[in-house]
Design a protein around this ligand. Sequence first.
Ligand code: PGA
Length: 248
Amino acid sequence: MRQVIVAGNWKMNASKETVNTLVMGILAGMADVKSKVIVCAPAPYMSQVEALITHSQLNLGAQDLNVNASGAFTGEVSADMIKDFGAQYVIVGHSERRSLYGETDDVVAHKVQVALDNGLTPLFCIGETLDERESGNMENVVSLQIQAVIDLVGIEAFKNIIIAYEPVWAIGTGVTATPQQAQDAHAFIRSMLAQNNADIAQTCSILYGGSMNPGNATELLGCEDIDGGLIGGASLKSDDFLQICKAG
Ligand code: PGA
């Protein structure tokens, strides 16, 4: 049985004050949450979150990492820096990184590898654009995204990878994939993993992301192959986020 995982992706939304209110609000409602809960904070706030979540069930993640260990990479954040703040997770290959910062499947695969090499669990994001879906290419796009990682780190490494299927057309748009669309994509992803290793396919967590909210979470999380959610907008309000955490 795969444990439900709910991860909040705050993106570039935070201030010291809002981080305090948000994390305290989440912590106040965690007692009856059975899912594993992760918050992925912007780098400048990781220290603040680390201090707030000490001795709680809440887990910390980062939103991206650089593949280099250290050096002249202005503005970048390394795996060691992420771990320095007690984070165990890092989002890799979010569609915003792919589309706005030119991260190719190969770049993303390299980042997955570096995260794993450093003992971080990547939240490895995949998903198709609207054009790709409408032209019947969803499976092809998602396959290539996954295959790039399998080619670099091998299927066994998926023991330590969390996949997040996030159709680009559903991210931040308020348009959610229907439970059937999401389930079909997740089943396809799992079947692709199974072609490589049936056991890994059964244990690998595949989260759905894209306008998940308290109103649709129960139905989405009820689908056989949906093991949790990667939540953007609705992770910025503790009540909404907690409702999603409790829906799983
Ligand atoms: P959204 O974002 O929930 O605001 O659609 C999800 C994500 O980008 O991870």
